[in-house]
Write a protein that binds this ligand. Structure first.
Ligand code: CMX
Length: 434
């Protein structure tokens, strides 16, 4: 058994017992009152999930196992002192709740490179059967489902495994799946946008560096950007659509491929992960309409007002939980200011940031007028030469696997039951206030 699995048993068994005891002794304890508005408006603020990998504070932003993004950039192992932390280290932290050493990260890097070689040939046949015009998220998700023929979890379940051991084949599937996502994403990118000129994995590279390499970007600059991108998109506690969907489907003891695929279907919505593509479409539409690559604040403001008055959202702004500028936006802006301060698109993003919060605030209804992660991520990718917007959400998806799948392992360690909330019709809700 490898070190990570041994550690999971050491930490996991006592925690699972503790949880059982807590429920046995205090299962009837009332923890929260829920209003009619909360239930009918997207269950915001209703505590209904247990997630250990990360926590989102409305004012401060995300913390992964207690660490903010600036703290992670300081404390997680890097390849070079001036580089970005390796996503392998963030996965280790989210899975075990402990900061990894450089050896731990290098071990994971090698294990993922080895596991990435095992994608069955039919997965590529399935991708190739789709039209190239199919959105990359369709191709990505189809490939994820096609990989489930190799599910360790399914095989172990059919063999009659004891349920306290479910976490083990879940972990194996999660490790396979995470290792293979960069290969799949790069394959789809090269298939659709680079005439099927595929690039093999370089086993000496790290997980994110390899993704950049297989997409055709070998500069250290793009690899550094990819490491940052993979770290900041990895998790956003349990209630967001992709995390919640993965967890929900996993609660039926669906294998990790089915579960993650459900999460990716949610990520593909324009109010969630697809917003990074939408932002670029909105910016390019604005530049075209205004006939300028460097619009003034007044021009951007007028364009934003026009978007609102036509009943559309301004993508990249607002959030269901956050009430301040997203630190994932700030860290990307800092990155851009440091490495590409003169990039024209970054100037446009800054001008939007100067005016859009005021415009959204004036509506009187938008609870958070500040930018989220998606307001700048596409502009950064495009500035580094990854110009094909339809792949942006797929890259988000590769990263999101780190958080939601490490949580899925913990769901099985804790032995969490199938989820089955209650629902009522409209009459029932009206009767509550009569
Ligand atoms: N532009 C225009 N209107 C917005 C808005 C925006 N950026 N953000 C919120 N609103 C509107 C809502 O549509 C809602 O309008 P109605 O009352 O007419 O239905 C009202 O303001 C209140 O919404 P809210 O409570 O502030 O926000 P929600 O929790 O309902 O929604 C979110 C959150 C992110 C879906 C929303 O802010 C939005 O649509 N933003 C643009 C899309 C986006 O950037 N999504 C990415 C989020 C991050 C991620 O998941 O990746």
């Amino acid at each position: 058994m490898n070190d990570i699995k041994e550690r999971l048993i050491q930490i996991g068994r006592p925690k699972a017992n503790e949880l059982k005891q807590l429920i046995k002794e205090h299962g009837d304890h009332v923890i929260q009152q829920v209003t009619l508005g909360q239930v009918l408006m997207g269950m915001k603020g209703v505590v209904s999930l247990m997630t250990c990998t990360s926590k989102l504070d409305p004012e401060e932003g995300i913390r992964f196992r207690g660490f903010s993004i600036p703290e992670l950039r300081d404390k997680l192992p890097k390849l070079n002192d001036d580089g970005e932390p390796l996503p392998e280290g963030l996965f280790y932290l989210m899975l075990l709740g402990e900061l990894p050493g450089k050896d731990d990260v290098m071990h994971l890097r090698k294990e993922w490179a080895d596991r990435s070689q095992g994608i069955p040939g039919h997965v590529f046949d399935v991708i190739n059967a789709l039209p190239k015009s199919a959105h990359p998220m369709i191709q990505f998700n189809t490939a994820i489902l096609a990989m489930s023929t190799q599910s360790h979890f399914r095989k172990a379940y059919m063999a009659g495994m004891d349920k306290q051991d479910y976490w083990d084949p879940m972990y194996e599937g999660v490790m396979d799946l995470i290792s293979r996502l960069p290969v799949i994403a790069a394959y789809i990118y090269r298939r659709v946008f680079h005439n099927e000129k595929y690039i093999d994995i370089d086993p000496s590279l790290d997980w994110a560096g390899n993704l950049a390499h297989m997409m055709g970007f070998d500069s250290e600059e793009v690899k550094r950007l990819m490491r940052l991108y993979m770290v900041i998109h990895a998790d956003h506690e349990g209630g967001n659509v992709s995390a919640h969907a993965t967890h929900l489907v996993g609660s039926a003891l669906s294998n990790p491929y089915y579960s993650f695929s459900a999460g990716m279907n949610g990520l593909a919505g324009p109010l969630h992960g697809m917003a990074n593509q939408e932002v670029m479409v909105w910016i390019q539409g604005m530049l075209k309409t205004l006939g300028s690559e460097a619009p003034s604040a007044a021009q951007v403001e007028a364009y934003a007002r026009e978007t609102l008055s036509s009943g559309r959202v301004i993508p990249g702004y607002g959030h269901a939980v956050l009430r301040k500028t997203d630190p994932r936006f700030t860290v990307q802006l800092d990155f851009a200011n440091k490495y590409i301060p003169d990039a024209p698109l970054i100037q446009v993003v800054k001008t939007i940031y100067d005016v859009v919060p005021k415009v959204l605030g004036e509506t009187g209804k938008v609870k958070n007028p500040w930018p989220n992660v998606d307001a700048i991520s596409g502009a950064l990718l495009e500035s580094y030469g990854i110009k094909e917007y339809p792949v942006y959400t797929m890259l988000f998806g590769v990263s999101r696997a780190l958080g939601v799948l490490s949580q899925l392992v913990w769901d099985r360690i804790y032995g969490l039951p199938i989820e089955r909330p209650s629902s009522q019709n409209f009459e029932w809700f009206k009767n509550q206030v009569r």
